[in-house]
Design a protein around this ligand. Structure first.
Ligand SMILES: [Zn+2]
Length: 281
């Protein structure tokens, strides 16, 4: 079935939620969710009978039709605060999650991002990743340097996808190279094909997927999504509205991409990513 274009209407894919930062300093952006909101949402979901899936189970759920009240819980960017504010809550509730790492920035600060907070934020270290992996949490690719993949030339695209996967497989073994979440959810046919060629089996996009395994839908949970059940798991009108708004906000991330591109062109190269930059030139 690999690579077959499926009929979207016929899909019974389990929903996929995407969080970014949990707790920690407030920001000007929209991707931080408060620790207490997150704890309340996860507790409400367990009480309502929801169960989280591993990546393997998720891949299976695509062909089963009985995956009721199951979802894939994901985090993008791999901030260190996840180990403090999110994973312990999930472990207590018997939930698991998949975190998509920016592999060149593991153990470093978020110099790749436009500055939405006063201080730089730390990313998880490999040691923390290995510790939480031993407790059943999964880690996957969010690219090597969080570049908007649809804007890259073929060679840079292959490098960004391939280097990230190679680092994950080297550190975590073969299942570290299973999945990628495209930065900003930005993917087109060329990017999906390149991800497939690099060896990824699952690729997560924005709110609108197209049913292909390398172009799957995910609903981001933004700062305003504070109800007990996030919009991405609701079947009512509010859920539909929430997903429309999330899609719009996701599209606004193009502004962030443009600012990052401008920053790359104008600012001196930070030493912390010298290695990353040199292979990009
Ligand atoms: Zn990201």
């Amino acid at each position: 079935m690999r690579g077959v274009h499926l009929d979207v209407a016929a899909l019974t894919t389990a929903p996929v939620l995407c969080y970014h930062r949990i707790g920690g300093p407030l920001e000007l952006g929209v991707t931080r969710v408060g620790r207490s909101v997150f704890a309340r949402q996860m507790t409400a979901l367990t009480r309502a009978g929801w169960r989280t899936l591993s990546l393997d189970e998720f891949a299976d759920a695509r062909t089963r039709h009985d995956a009721r009240r199951t979802f894939l819980l994901t985090f993008d960017d791999g901030y260190a605060s996840l180990a403090e504010h999110a994973y312990p809550i999930l472990a207590d509730l018997g939930f698991t999650a998949t975190t998509f790492l920016i592999t060149d920035y593991v153990g470093k600060t978020n110099d790749w991002d436009v500055r939405y907070t006063w201080n730089r934020l730390d990313h998880l270290t490999w040691r923390q990743i290995e510790q939480w992996r031993a407790r059943g949490f999964q880690f996957a690719s969010h690219g090597a340097t969080h570049r908007r993949l649809t804007w890259l030339a073929d060679h840079d695209l292959a490098t960004e996808l391939g280097r990230a996967r190679a680092q994950l497989v080297e550190r975590l073994g073969p299942d570290g190279g299973t999945a990628i979440a495209y930065p900003f959810g930005a993917v087109d046919e060329r990017v999906a094909e390149c991800a497939r060629a690099a060896g990824y089996d699952l690729g997560f996009a924005g709110v609108k997927g197209n049913g292909d395994r390398l172009h799957l839908s995910r609903v981001p949970v933004y700062t305003w999504d504070v109800g007990d059940v996030p919009f991405g798991l609701r079947n009512d009108a509010l859920g539909v509205l929430g997903r429309v708004v999330a899609n719009a906000a996701n599209r606004c991330a193009i502004g962030t991409s443009i600012m990052q591109l401008a920053k790359r062109k104008t600012s001196p190269r930070p030493e912390s990513i010298a290695g990353a930059v040199s292979t990009r030139a």
